[in-house]
Write a protein that binds this ligand. Structure first.
Ligand code: SAM
Length: 345
């Protein structure tokens, strides 16, 4: 069968191209395709609340994503909830892989997953055109991992998923770990060894006040400097230069050049000034910041019959109002109405 031809983006005019009022170019779209999750990670979910928001059809997500691509988005990351739970995911990736950016390139297609179902899905996703996956993993021993995810057998499943993703060529393979003092900060040094042994880039992420319950305090966050000091004491680190201005992680290798770790520190070393991201929730709302207090109902406009031109204008106007920065840890900080699992991390 002849390969389906690529779908070219409508060229955006200079004043259509997605920029916000702070001069940042927005080229990175994160799309949540479900807020269901098969894990109940203790720092993310209360364990009681399930899905809270409706899902769109795969065709509707594709139509909305195409509008963003017409406006200059070049990187799309699928997330959730747990995106591997979403039926039709592989076909969705295949369709996304046919899209072309406004400069005629294929999209940079990535996915964030807990990895539980990745063993079976890694190869089909790669075949469909996915470039990379990021696997979330908050411990490197069975007992701690299962205590965090509250799912038996999760550690072995995720390890198998990571290895399948690497074998399928979904690389560079990143493993994201959220550190919480007193929960899993005893894993830091072993994660550094894991990065070297498994050939993955381990990235530590500072815990943010985006949980369903009320766990966040400044004290529970393990800041960047502490992580670097602790790893450096057992495996000396060498800082790597940033590859692009909007890179969120500080990157390090080890003295022998084998392995890489990164630290994403939205609290202690905020990177809002270089933010290039915008989000689409599973129910089709635009969020211009993880910590936005307002959402913008793109899907509602589509349902009401707005055409592509009007929808693109709405996206452009919405992105203009992107917040300058978040206010984590400042007096008067307010958590957003949705938690991470319902926004799409
Ligand atoms: N289920 C997928 C997964 O596990 O990667 C995608 C959704 S999950 C919400 C995305 C990422 O957000 C995970 O790496 C998770 O650890 C992280 N996360 C959840 N709550 C967080 C918080 N309060 N602060 C920082 N990261 C958080």
């Amino acid at each position: 069968m002849a390969a389906a031809s690529p779908i070219l983006a409508q060229p955006a005019t200079a004043n259509q191209r997605l920029t916000d009022s702070h001069g940042r170019i927005i080229h990175d779209l994160r799309v949540s395709i479900t807020d269901r999750c098969n894990y109940k990670c203790i720092y993310c979910r209360t364990g009681e609340v399930g899905a809270q928001y409706p899902e769109l059809t795969i065709e509707e997500y594709l139509r909305l994503i195409k509008l963003f691509v017409d406006l200059g988005i070049s990187k799309v990351r699928l997330t959730g909830g747990e995106p591997l739970l979403r039926r039709g995911l592989v076909e969705m990736v295949r369709e996304l892989a046919r899209l072309r950016t406004i400069s005629g390139e294929p999209l940079d297609l990535a996915l964030t997953t807990n990895g539980h179902l990745l063993d079976d899905l890694a190869a089909p996703l790669k075949d469909a055109g996915l470039n990379r996956v990021t696997v979330s993993m908050d411990a490197v021993d069975t007992e701690t991992f299962e205590r965090i995810t509250r799912i038996q057998g999760s550690y072995q499943a995720v390890l198998a998923g990571i290895r399948a993703a690497r074998a399928a060529g979904l690389t560079p393979l990143k493993v994201n770990c959220v550190l919480l003092r007193g929960f899993n900060d005893n894993q830091i040094e072993n994660f550094a060894r894991f990065a070297r042994e498994e050939g993955v880039v381990v990235r530590f992420i500072e815990f943010m006040p985006l949980e369903e319950g009320r766990l966040w305090t400044p004290e529970i966050v393990v800041p960047l400097n502490e992580i670097v000091d602790r790893i450096g004491r057992v495996l000396p680190l060498v800082e790597l230069p940033a590859r692009e201005a909007s890179e969120t992680a500080r990157r390090y290798t080890f003295e022998d050049g084998v392995g890489e770790i990164g630290i994403i520190a939205p609290g202690s070393h905020a990177f809002c000034g270089a933010c290039s991201r915008v989000r689409l929730t599973s129910d089709g709302k635009i969020r211009t910041c993880l910590f936005s207090q307002v959402e913008h109902d793109l899907y509602g406009r589509l349902r009401a019959g707005s055409g592509d031109t009007a929808l693109r204008e709405y996206i452009v106007a919405t992105v203009k109002g992107k917040e300058a920065r978040h206010h984590i840890g400042e007096p008067g900080f307010m958590k957003p109405s949705r938690s991470m699992v319902h926004i799409g991390g």
